[in-house]
Design a protein around this ligand. Structure first.
Ligand code: 13P
Length: 287
């Protein structure tokens, strides 16, 4: 059964660790993340962007696949199915399809409109036991065609949004989606600290988990980050392993063309990445 992300993140905040959100793209991806979470007894959040949802034939297909897979694989750790960077309309579609958590990303609106729309989503989501993530200060980089400028959030605006009753808050602190450029100056821990002071018990979310060095991840967790999103890193691991398989000509040997064989190294690479992140985030054994 899917659960809202609220409890697992409150526990993570209190226990000073973070739960990973791993974005999924297909059946193999979903299976790899779920099996790793179960094996490591870690709570987990499956992230689905609107683009990935569309690719997988809609939110209903995704929700039904995840639920059926959890049943068949006998997954007993807490799993939240979460809409990543949702629009206002997208948040409602995901809720209707059975997602247990949604992000409404109003960071590109002015603060008043962000407050107004976030308030409405919270009201309707909470009535259904669904958790809500809101965002202040757009995350930089490109994700599904949405390009954010990499703003640094205003701690007072974070407090305003936190006070609306969101369950988790994403704040831009110099983090970006995708690979970090060579001239990246790192996370703004000074800003994160201020946001943490103003928002108290609110679990904070760090987007753009790919490529953030381990010591920065640990510092972020110590300053109140309880959810870390990872997407590109699993994609790169999958790509690298699949490339190797083909470059070594393994697809040409015997039944090496069978998709179950062809995709297996990539799946193993996703599992290894998820394991590494869960260990780093401290969520292993917390389910
Ligand atoms: P990365 O692709 O940089 O890991 O970011 C993931 C993310 O923040 C999803 O919202």
């Amino acid at each position: 059964m899917l659960v809202s992300a609220k409890d697992m993140l409150q526990k993570a905040k209190a226990g000073k660790y973070a739960v990973g959100q791993f974005n999924i793209n297909n059946l193999e991806w979903t299976k790899a993340v779920l099996q790793t979470a179960e094996e490591l007894r870690s709570p987990v959040i499956l992230g689905v962007s609107e683009g990935a949802g569309k690719y997988m034939c809609g939110f209903n297909t995704v929700a039904d696949m995840v639920k059926a897979m959890m049943k068949t694989l006998n997954i007993t750790v807490p799993v939240a199915l979460h809409l990543d960077h949702g629009t206002f309309e997208g948040a409602y579609k995901a809720m209707d399809a059975g997602f247990s958590s949604v992000m409404f990303d109003g960071s590109h609106y002015g603060i008043e409109e962000n407050v107004e729309k976030t308030t409405k989503v919270i009201e309707d989501a909470h009535a259904r036991g669904i958790s809500v993530e809101a965002e202040v200060g757009a995350i930089g980089g490109e994700e599904d065609g949405v390009i954010g400028g990499g703003e640094v959030a205003d701690p007072d605006e974070c407090k305003r949004i936190a006070d609306l009753g969101v369950d988790m808050l994403a704040a831009g602190i110099g983090n970006i989606h995708g690979k970090y450029p060579a001239n990246w100056t790192g996370l703004r821990f000074d800003v994160l600290e201020k946001i943490g002071e103003k928002t108290g018990e609110m679990p904070l979310v760090l987007h753009g988990g790919t490529g953030i060095p381990a010591d920065m991840i640990k510092t972020a967790i110590s300053l109140g980050v309880s959810k870390i999103n990872v997407n590109t890193e699993c994609q790169l691991a999958f790509q690298e392993a699949t490339r190797k398989y083909i470059e070594e000509g393994k697809d040409l040997i015997g039944k090496g063309f069978d998709p179950r064989k062809l995709l297996a190294p990539g799946v193993e690479a996703i599992k290894a990445t998820v394991k590494e992140k869960m260990e780093l985030f401290g969520s292993v054994g917390k389910a």
